[in-house]
Ligand binder design. Structure first.
Ligand code: CAA
Length: 286
């Protein structure tokens, strides 16, 4: 049995709320820290909706959904993470913000062998471990959106992560959360985003150059390659601000032109067109 029973999640956006939900559905005691009151309310609502959907789809009994909801406590007080066995950071994809969170976790989390994990998509784990006094306990656990549906987690040790932390995190994800684990070196984008993001950016360039229409690009990949959604629909699902941030990290690391965010993506983010999460991106959502 895993020694990880008390989990903390920092950030209650799309990913943080999904991670909190799967942890609570696995029977864990979960504390979610979110400083922004409206993000906290939206995250709480997102979890309730997802649990209700899981019940409707026959994936979860109604009483288990209720119990999962009760296992999650929401707070804006980071000191409530003091007794956690593992904390998973899922704040905005910004290195300065994430390093500040890790500095705070290092001060607040009491258990010396607690695992401090980041759900970053692209920021080197070493940069996060380096601001703590316990880099051997810091690693990447990268989940995929929608977290309750997709069964993969990328496990990313830094150069200084200890073997014991890696083994504990891997068995926690496999045995407690029931998700498949793949391991990646600590390189921007890890395995999945290093492959996925240049494909999504190519679709944006294709649209921008007038090569094909929005719907034809998406239909092409759905019907021609059996992808569950097209690249521009997927960009909207990920969030265009997040996609831009991942592209910038990849470009900074590898200097490959295919990783640089195209002007259309930059202008859409400037315009506040962020995708599904705020109602309009490449598509408009009700
Ligand atoms: N809890 C549990 N299961 C749920 C659920 C919930 N809240 N909501 C839905 N499901 C289940 C459904 O029951 C269904 O299961 P079955 O196939 O067994 O019937 C399955 O999930 C699909 O649900 P839907 O029928 O509602 O949805 P869909 O078929 O329209 O698929 C989708 C929606 C899952 C989003 C699908 O389009 C998809 O997988 N898209 C690709 C998503 C993707 O690529 N994500 C990765 C993004 S990259 C990322 O996240 C990393 C990063 O760093 C950017």
């Amino acid at each position: 049995m895993s020694d990880i029973q008390r989990v903390g999640v920092v950030g209650c956006g799309l990913m943080g709320s999904g991670i909190a939900e799967v942890c609570a559905r696995a029977g864990l005691d979960v504390v979610v820290v979110e400083l922004d009151a409206s993000a906290l309310a939206a995250g709480r609502e997102r979890i309730a909706r997802s649990l209700a959907q899981a019940v409707r789809r026959g994936k979860l009994a109604a009483k288990d959904a209720e119990a999962a909801q009760e296992r999650i406590r929401f707070t804006d007080d980071v000191t409530r993470l003091a007794d956690r066995d593992m904390v998973i950071e899922a704040v905005v994809e910004d290195e300065a913000v994430k390093t500040e969170v890790f500095r705070t976790l290092d001060k607040v989390v009491e258990r010396e062998d607690a695992i401090l994990a980041s759900n970053t998509s692209s920021i080197p784990i070493m940069k996060l471990g380096a601001v703590t006094g316990r880099p051997e306990q810091v690693l990447g656990l990268h989940f995929f959106n929608p977290v309750p549906v997709l069964g993969l987690v990328e496990l990313v040790p830094s150069l200084l992560t200890g073997a014991a932390a890696v083994e504990r995190a891997e068995s926690f994800v496999r045995e407690v959360l029931g998700k498949h684990v793949i391991r990646s070196k600590d390189r921007a984008g890890f395995v999945v985003n290093a492959l996925l993001v240049p494909y999504l950016l190519s679709a944006v360039r294709m649209l921008e150059s007038g090569f094909a229409s929005l719907r034809d690009i998406d239909e092409g990949m759905v019907r021609g390659c059996a992808h569950p959604m097209g690249p521009l629909q997927l960009a909207d699902l990920i969030g265009l601000d997040t996609l831009k941030a991942i592209a910038e990290s990849l470009y900074e690391e590898f200097k490959e032109p295919l990783y640089s965010p195209p002007p259309l993506l930059l202008r859409m983010v400037d315009a506040g067109l962020l995708g599904r999460k705020n109602g309009r991106g490449f598509y408009t959502y009700a």
